[in-house]
Design a protein around this ligand. Structure first.
Ligand code: HXC
Length: 513
C-alpha cells in the first residue's frame, strides 16, 4: 500500500469510529483518559469542533514512512466552555508517545493563532515524550515556533496547560510560558532532563516522581499551580479557573449572579484577629468569610504558603486575592512568596482583574539564606508588579504592616486605590521590640532591669502600633470594623469600575527577573 492509500485507509477508519465508540473503547482499557476523552470532557457537551484531523507527519527517516497516523498524535480545535469559545489541543501519547513533530506543532500553532485572532483562551492538554526524535531539527523547529507563539500570546489571551502524562525535555518550556499549569497526581511528570540523563551526566539517582512528579512541582519547585487527583478533576479545575478570567486582555471576567447579600455583616470577624500580634490565624478563613458564598479558588496552595493567592468573587465580580498568611512563617515575605505573588499580580493586571490585598506582614524574612537567595531581587519583583499594576487595587491591613513589606503590599504610595485598616492595625518601620532595641541600644545597655525597655516599648506602641498615624496623612483611607469588610470591599470595587490609568508608553520595562 502506498503512503497515500495508507493515509486514506487510516483516515477512514478513524472517522468511522464515532466519538461514543471511541470513548467506550478507551474507558474499557482503563487508566488515564485518552486525548479524545479529555477534549470531550473539557468542552461543553457536543461543542468540540476538531480541525486538521487528516494531517500527518512528513518524516521518512528511521522507517517513519510506514508510521502515518491521521492527526499525527495531536487533536486540535475549538469548543465552548461555560458558553465561551476556547481553543485547545490534546496530545495523544498512544501515537508515537504524543511526540511533537514538525507537522503537529503546526496544528497547535494554528489553533493558537486562531485563539489570538479571535481573543479566546488557549488550553494545552500535554502528554508527550517531547520533540519527535526521528525528525531531528524539524521537530525542534516546530516546538521552537510554539514557544514564540506562547510568548506572543502572553498577556493577550489566557493560556492554561494541563500536564496529564509526560512533559519531557525542552518541550516543558511551552507550558512554562503559559499562565497556569495543572498537574495530575501520580500520573504527570515534567522535567527538562530525565532521570536517565541525570544518572549519565551527574551520577545522581533520582526517581521520575521525585524529579518531576505533580507533588514535587506543586510543593517544591512551584512550577505547578494546581494539583488534581485524576484527569477528570484536572479538567474540572481548568473549567473552574476559566470562569474567573476573561477571554482576552480587552475584556472583563464573566460576572456571575450573586446570591450572597453584598451587605452581609460578619460579627464573628470582630474577634477573629488575635489581639496578641504574635498569635497566628488562618487568613483563608477570613477570605472565605468575606467573599461570595465562601468560595475561594486558591492557586499554588502547596508552595510558599506564607502568601496566599487565588480568585474569588465579590458581588459576582471576579477579583484576585493576595494575602499574607500569618499561619506560615508569620506571613513574612521570602523569595518564593515574592515570586509567587509577583506573577499572580501581573496576571491579574494583564487581564483586568482587580486586586484585593490582605496585609498582615512582619516584613521580609530575615536571614543569611534569604539574602544569598536574592531576597532583594525577588522582593523587588513583587514591588515592581504592584507598582506597574493599573487595575483597581484595594488593600486591607488586618494587623501588622511593617517596613518595606508595608510599602510593597499595595500601599497608597504605589497607587493603592482604597487602603483600609482594622482598628488594631500596626503600621511602622518595624515591630516595637526590634525598634526599641535599635533606637535605645546605648541607654538600654546601661540598665540593670527591664523598666526602661518596657516604658519605651509602650511609648512606641502608643505612637505607631495603630493605624491612626497613617490615616492622619491619608495613607489609610478608612479604618473599618472587621464585620463590615465584605460590604466595604464591594463598595470600593464598584466605585473603581471605571478606573482608567496608564503607565508611560515604552517598549517594556526591565523587571528585576
Ligand atoms: C518519538 C517517542 C518519543 C519521542 C516516546 N516515544 N518519546 N517517539 N519521539 N520523543 C515513543 C516510544 O518510542 C514508544 O514508541 C512510545 O512513544 C511510548 O514510549 P515508552 O518509552 O514506551 O513509554 P514510557 O515507558 O511510558 O516512557 C515515556 C517517556 C519515554 C518517559 C516519555 O518515552 C522517554 O523518556 N521519552 C523521551 C523523553 C525525552 O528525553 N524527550 C526529550 C526529547 S528532546 P513504541 O513504538 O515503542 O510504542 C526535546 C527537546 C525539545 O524534547 C526542545 C525544544 C526546543
Amino acid at each position: 500500500m502506498t503512503n497515500l492509500n495508507l493515509y486514506g485507509e487510516l483516515a477512514r477508519r478513524n472517522i468511522e469510529m464515532t466519538d461514543r465508540e471511541r470513548l467506550a473503547v478507551d474507558a474499557a482499557s482503563g487508566g488515564a483518559m485518552t486525548a479524545r476523552q479529555r477534549m470531550e470532557l473539557l468542552f461543553d457537551e457536543g461543542t468540540f469542533q476538531e480541525i486538521d484531523r487528516f494531517v500527518t507527519h512528513r518524516c521518512t527517516d528511521f522507517g517513519m514512512g510506514k508510521k502515518q497516523v491521521p492527526g499525527d498524535a495531536v487533536i486540535s480545535g475549538s469548543g465552548m466552555i461555560n458558553g465561551r469559545l476556547v481553543h485547545a489541543y490534546a496530545q495523544d501519547f498512544k501515537v508515537m508517545g504524543g511526540s511533537f513533530s514538525e507537522e503537529n506543532t503546526k496544528k497547535i500553532c494554528k489553533v493558537l493563532d486562531k485563539a489570538m485572532q479571535l481573543g479566546t483562551p488557549f488550553i494545552g492538554l500535554n502528554d508527550s515524550g517531547g520533540s519527535r526524535i526521528q525528525e531531528g531539527v524539524y521537530g525542534l523547529a516546530g516546538v521552537a515556533e510554539l514557544f514564540l507563539k506562547n510568548t506572543l500570546a502572553s498577556g493577550l489571551i489566557p493560556q492554561i496547560s494541563a500536564i496529564m502524562g509526560h512533559c519531557a525535555g525542552g518541550a516543558s518550556y511551552s507550558p512554562a510560558l503559559t499562565d497556569f499549569i495543572v498537574m495530575v497526581e501520580g500520573q504527570s511528570h515534567m522535567f527538562v532532563t530525565g532521570p536517565e540523563v541525570i544518572r549519565a551526566v551527574t551520577h545522581e539517582e533520582v526517581s521520575m516522581e521525585e524529579l518531576g512528579g505533580a507533588s514535587t512541582h506543586h510543593q517544591l519547585s512551584g512550577v505547578s499551580h494546581l494539583l488534581a487527583a485524576d484527569d477528570k478533576e484536572c479538567i474540572v479545575l481548568i473549567r473552574e479557573l476559566l470562569d474567573y478570567i476573561p477571554s482576552n486582555n480587552l475584556e472583563e471576567s464573566p460576572s456571575r449572579k450573586c446570591f450572597d447579600d453584598p451587605r452581609r455583616r460578619e460579627p464573628l470577624l470582630n474577634n477573629f484577629i488575635p489581639a496578641d500580634s504574635r498569635t497566628s490565624y488562618d487568613v483563608k478563613a477570613l477570605v472565605r468569610a468575606v467573599v461570595d458564598d465562601g468560595s475561594f479558588f486558591e492557586v499554588q496552595s502547596g508552595y510558599a504558603a506564607n502568601l496566599v493567592i487565588g480568585f474569588a468573587r465579590l458581588n459576582g465580580k471576579s477579583v484576585g486575592i493576595v494575602a499574607n498568611q500569618p499561619a506560615h512563617l508569620a506571613g513574612a515575605l521570602d523569595t518564593n512568596a515574592s515570586r509567587k505573588g509577583a506573577r499572580f499580580v501581573r496576571f491579574c493586571d494583564a487581564f483586568n482583574i482587580p486586586l484585593v490585598t490582605l496585609v498582615d506582614v512582619p516584613g521580609f524574612l530575615p536571614g543569611k539564606e534569604q539574602e544569598l537567595d536574592g531576597i532583594i531581587r525577588d522582593g523587588a519583583k513583587l514591588l515592581y508588579a504592584y507598582c506597574e499594576a493599573t487595575v483597581p487595587k484595594i488593600s486591607l491591613i488586618t494587623r501588622k504592616a511593617y517596613g518595606g513589606a508595608y510599602c510593597v503590599m499595595s500601599s497608597k504610595h504605589i497607587r493603592g486605590d482604597y487602603n483600609f485598616a482594622y482598628p488594631g492595625a500596626e503600621i511602622a518601620v518595624m515591630g516595637p521590640e526590634a525598634a526599641v532595641n535599635i533606637i535605645y541600644r546605648r541607654e538600654l545597655a546601661k540598665q540593670q532591669d527591664d523598666t526602661l525597655r518596657l516604658q519605651k516599648l509602650e511609648e512606641y506602641r502608643q505612637r505607631f502600633a495603630n493605624p491612626y498615624v497613617a490615616a492622619s496623612r491619608g495613607y489609610i483611607d478608612e479604618i473599618i470594623m472587621p464585620e463590615d469588610t465584605r460590604w466595604k470591599l464591594i463598595m470600593a470595587l464598584s466605585r473603581l469600575k471605571t478606573k482608567m490609568i496608564k503607565n508611560p508608553p515604552k517598549k517594556h520595562g526591565n523587571m528585576p527577573l
